[in-house]
Design a protein. Structure first.
Length: 333
């Protein structure tokens, strides 16, 4: 029996172990021989799995494609086109924005450069203004100092003239001779000084009767060329009526009397009193003119020119300024 069984088994083992009928008519038989069973089984399994995966993938695509309707496909394609268009527009917009940013940066750089140039120009202008201000202040300071020094020098000369005049007056009193002209007139043989004897009677208005009477009395003596007597009456008038509207006139005519007497030092002092005590009076231009003439008569051309130039500068439209210009021409020649 055992031998029979072995024969049966051998006969059965020679038959195919498995038999598969595929739709394409493929028949695969596997041998169960001991030497070839394991390699044939593994190769078949790998081929089978690959083909099975391909079939599943194809089936999945067919299934998915059959699930999407034409309307849905159109919507999908339309959405894709819209997305592509938006992407293209976004790229264009980004490029445009980059160009604008570059342009703004360039403009900012130009503006910054312009501002820096303007700042440099302003700094240069400030330096020029400061330099001009410094030069102007320096010139003004020098001019002011020179003017102050000239005034001080003139005041010193006037003070010296006053001292010399006092000494001369005392000396004249000692040496007064009987031949001195009466009524204070210049000595015989002396030529009248330039501009002397220019008395014009003034009509006194707006004053009391006593003021008019005393002023006209002093004026009559001057008109009669009684210069000494006129000096005394005008001085009395100033003592009695120092606030009168004609006080500056009285002081001026005192200077005119000394000028007519050729006492130029005293005349200069009296004319200077007009300028100092009555700076707003209408006799200041005439006082400056005669003061300049008096310096010229003394041979002091420097002070004469200084006084006459001051008259021209302060009262350029006055008739005295015109006469001062003529006198300056003679002094410069």
């Amino acid at each position: 029996m055992p031998g029979e069984h072995r024969g049966v088994l051998a006969e059965e083992s020679s038959r195919p172990l498995c038999h598969y009928d595929w739709p394409a008519g493929l028949v695969i038989s596997l041998s169960v021989s001991e030497s070839h069973r394991r390699p044939i089984h593994e190769g078949f399994f790998m081929i089978f799995m690959k083909r099975l995966s391909y079939c599943c993938l194809a089936f999945s695509w067919v299934w998915l494609w059959s699930c999407v309707t034409p309307q849905q496909m159109e919507l999908i394609e339309r959405e894709q086109r819209r997305l592509r268009s938006e992407s293209t527009n976004s790229v264009s917009e980004n490029a445009s924005i980059r160009k604008e940013i570059d342009s703004v940066r360039s403009s900012l750089a130009d503006t910054r450069a312009n501002l820096q140039q303007v700042q440099r120009d302003m700094n240069a202008l400030k330096e020029k203004i400061e330099e001009a201000r410094y030069q102007t202040d320096r010139r003004l300071g020098q001019s002011s100092q020179e003017g102050d020094q000239r005034v001080k020098d003139l005041e010193g000369r006037l003070a010296k003239i006053g001292e010399d005049l006092k000494a001369l007056t005392a000396r004249q009193e000692e040496l007064r001779s009987p031949q001195e002209p009466q009524k204070g007139q210049p000595a015989q043989g002396q030529t009248p000084p330039e501009g002397g004897g220019e008395f014009v009677r003034e009509k006194v208005t707006g004053e009391s009767e006593a003021v008019r009477r005393d002023y006209e009395a002093a004026s009559r003596l001057l008109e009669q060329k009684d210069y000494r007597g006129s000096i005394n009456r005008f001085k009395e008038f100033l003592k009695k009526y120092p606030k009168s509207d004609y006080a500056d006139n009285a002081q001026y005519w005192i200077g005119e009397c000394y000028y007519a007497l050729r006492e130029f030092d005293q005349a200069i002092l009296e004319f200077d009193t007009v300028r100092r005590n009555y700076p707003k009076g209408d006799k200041v231009p005439a006082a400056l003119l005669k003061q300049g003439f008096a310096f010229a008569e003394l041979g002091d051309k420097v002070d004469a020119r200084l006084i006459l130039q001051e008259l021209i500068n302060r009262y350029p439209q006055s008739s005295e300024a015109a006469r001062a210009k003529q006198k300056l021409k003679t002094l410069e020649s």
